[in-house]
Design a binder for this molecule. Sequence first.
Ligand SMILES: CC(C)(COP(=O)(O)OP(=O)(O)OC[C@H]1O[C@@H](n2cnc3c(N)ncnc32)[C@H](O)[C@@H]1OP(=O)(O)O)[C@@H](O)C(=O)NCCC(=O)NCCS
Length: 167
Amino acid sequence: MSYTTRRAVVADADGLTALYTDPSVIAGTLQLPFASPQLWKDRLSAPDAPLMLVACTEDGTVVGNAGLHTNLKTPRRMHAASIGMGVMAAHQRKGVGSKLLGALLDLADNWYGLARVELSVYTDNIAAIALYKKFGFEMEGTFRKYSLRAGELTDCYTMARIRARPQ
Ligand SMILES: CC(C)(COP(=O)(O)OP(=O)(O)OC[C@H]1O[C@@H](n2cnc3c(N)ncnc32)[C@H](O)[C@@H]1OP(=O)(O)O)[C@@H](O)C(=O)NCCC(=O)NCCS
């Protein structure tokens, strides 16, 4: 199967709702169960919405998402952004996450000129940690009892990828 990557639009709200209804995606992220199409519509149409990409199958079904959360209104944090992402269980381990993350990092490096891209990832999320390491992210520390996940306060690693800003 081949996948295309493009900028998310408001019409993707239903597709993103379906993606973030997948239990494995909820477990790996900070999303809540019972995703709401209206919430996704609002997120996608907000003036300060993060830069959102989606990955789609040939028939247009949204199967993956990644977002770059910049800090363009905070002068001392303008060099940094955080990322979040998810790929539907049925489409994991097929290169979709790599495609989305590669596209986001190209934007971060070559179009935003960012020096630092950061993220947090659950300490037991082997797949995501391996993906991030593959793209040059390094461990920086552990946030203990960072997030409530299915009734348990769960630890996260903080990871970042540092690049020289273009001259
Ligand atoms: C993490 C996630 C985005 C990876 O997406 P993906 O489309 O499966 O990733 P890819 O197929 O591009 O895999 C890229 C690399 O990730 C690593 N990886 C992916 N799945 C893995 C797994 N199950 N076990 C170990 N490593 C894995 C490998 O290094 C892989 O490279 P390789 O195939 O050359 O060995 C996906 O598993 C996911 O959405 N998980 C649930 C939500 C989530 O955890 N989001 C991240 C929040 S921090």
